[in-house]
Design a protein around this ligand. Structure first.
Ligand code: AMP
Ligand code: MN
Ligand code: MN
Length: 347
């Protein structure tokens, strides 16, 4: 085992930090330079943000504010609302709705978005910004932006943001660590996914050492929901189907309306469905408030769901991916099953 080389502050040394990284040192230096020069920085993450997207963005917002920068942060949903599960994250006073976001920022930093389209209403701002730094870990990243800090080998965008914090000379305080921890723990599925490397646990140790409350964060993220969630989950479970390698169900707007349950509350349902022993792949179609189907898919490893979802206009990671559909439940699942059968070599 290579010893854990650290400087006196307890941070990983530059050498250790760079080990295995695919981001050129010159790109990190350029990012720091662009940020140091800017008076105002506009931050954005992907629509319907998860813990990694919002946590990475807010951690950066907190560091930039401490550096004396003017900061705005947002995500481009039509219905701009922080998912209830993520409302405990610090730094939310820097959030502005998309219609108050600068249309042509001097410097924009984008988090956890593989494509410019994932920015939703903020995509035009990225097109008109002078500089766009993209911080991301999706293998499917299209290479947009003027400077890319993209490393598909890391478990979360938050891993890259921790690097950025250090390189900016920022202090990893408890608020910043809470944001980063939310990203790390969300994208590794509570340290259960295969992306959970020793480096992930070492990062978690640095974050927990700031005094954050892992018990409270876990409860906020996973162990609470409104009563209506149980009823909506029951509706989804009632309709669940097992077809060959695929277990799937769907949740409609009508299911949610009966209990006033917001769309964002549906995020955990895929984790119930995917436990099915008989299936390699799980899929949940979730109808959003606009009537579009947001489709979540998960694989146990044998199937690359990112490839299938990409073919359907979406994207994601090998074991967790998604796409949007405007067609019926039957058509959407039928198309997915067709591609799944091609992948697994079935007729
Ligand atoms: P989710 O099922 O919403 O947790 O999403 C799992 C992963 O799939 C996310 O981390 C995204 O990378 C990706 N993803 C989900 N929905 C879409 C979409 N409509 N377009 C592109 N990528 C998506
Ligand atoms: Mn994400
Ligand atoms: Mn992520």
């Amino acid at each position: 085992m290579t010893p854990d080389v650290r400087d006196r502050t307890g941070r990983p040394s530059r050498r250790q930090a760079a080990r295995g990284g695919v981001i050129p040192e010159a790109s990190w230096r350029r990012a720091v330079e662009l940020i140091r020069q800017a008076d105002e920085v506009a931050l954005a993450c992907h629509v319907t943000p998860d813990g990694d997207a919002l946590g990475s963005m807010l951690a950066t917002a907190l560091v930039l504010r401490a550096m004396g920068k003017g900061v705005v942060a947002s995500f481009g949903d039509h219905h701009f609302d922080v998912p209830r599960l993520l409302r405990f994250l610090p730094g939310q006073d820097m959030l502005v709705p998309p219609d108050s976001y600068p249309s042509a920022p001097e410097l924009m930093i984008v988090f956890d978005s593989a494509t410019v389209e994932r920015l939703g209403l903020l995509a035009p701002s990225a097109s008109h910004a002078r500089e766009v730094i993209v911080v991301d870990h999706h293998a499917s990243n299209t290479g947009f932006g003027t400077l890319r800090l993209v490393d598909p080998s890391v478990a979360a965008t938050a891993v890259l943001v921790e690097q950025l914090v250090y390189r900016l000379g920022g202090v990893l305080d408890r608020d910043i660590a809470t944001c980063l921890y939310a990203g790390l723990v969300t994208d590794t599925g509570s340290f259960k996914h295969s992306s959970t490397t020793p480096a992930v646990h070492q990062m978690a140790a640095r974050l927990v050492a700031t005094g954050l409350r892992t018990d409270e964060i876990a409860r906020e993220l996973w162990d609470r929901s409104p009563f209506g969630y149980l009823k909506v989950l029951a509706a989804g479970l009632d309709r669940v189907r097992l077809e060959d390698d695929l277990v799937w169900t769907y949740i409609t707007r009508v299911d949610r309306a009966a209990y006033g349950l917001p769309y964002a509350e549906l995020e955990g349902i895929i984790d119930v469905i995917r436990r099915t022993d008989e299936a390699q792949v799980a899929l949940v179609m979730k109808e959003d408030d606009q009537g579009a189907w947001q489709v979540s898919t998960r694989s146990k490893g044998a199937v690359d769901v990112a490839a299938i979802c990409a073919a359907l206009g979406g994207g994601g990671h090998h074991n967790a991916a998604g796409f949007t559909s405007h067609d019926s439940v039957e058509e959407t699942v039928g198309r997915f099953r067709g591609l799944l059968a091609e992948t697994t070599g079935e007729a």
